[in-house]
Design a protein around this ligand. Structure first.
Ligand code: HEC
Length: 122
């Protein structure tokens, strides 16, 4: 996945600050920050504001019925979301869903799939 997109998305996952305490997310952030630095020496840090903005933004490059991450995950990462077919998706904030981000393969799988759907690229 594009390092800049990953950077923005991961910064979203830091919100709210309490989420930082969760075990799994720290390892993901460290791993992805390493990849971002390797891909772009100018990378300095994740941005909460840019991540939150990206989560809400409607993109034109993906599938028309899923313009934003928030389409399925909802605007508030502390609330449950739902798929297009109405299936519940547990809240993205690991302060609410502690099992989140424990598995790098799961994170990669869904980043790839969801970025393809929303942004039209992985
Ligand atoms: C079409 C609906 C849909 C859209 C749009 C969507 N997601 Fe997802 N996402 C899901 C589903 C379903 C899961 C897997 C179920 C779960 O983890 O609860 C998931 C899981 C994830 C995971 C894995 C979380 C974990 O626990 O490891 C991440 C990260 C993620 N999504 C990020 C995003 C981002 C970033 C975007 C926008 C670029 C996005 N999603 C847009 C439906 C969606």
């Amino acid at each position: 996945m594009n390092a800049a997109i990953r950077t923005l998305v991961l910064s979203l996952l830091l919100a709210p600050p309490a989420v930082v305490q969760a075990a799994g997310i720290d390892a993901q952030i460290e791993r992805l920050a390493g990849e971002a630095r390797a891909a772009d020496p100018a990378f300095s840090a994740f941005s909460l504001e840019r991540g939150a903005e990206l989560h809400q933004r409607a993109f034109a490059g993906g599938k028309p019925d899923t313009p934003a991450c928030a389409t399925c995950h909802g605007k508030d990462p502390r609330q449950a979301g739902q798929t297009r077919t109405g299936k519940r998706i547990d809240a993205m904030a690991s302060s609410v869903s502690p099992a989140r981000y424990g598995d790098s393969e799961k994170v990669e799988k869904w980043f790839k799939r969801n970025c393809q759907e929303v942004l039209g690229r992985a």
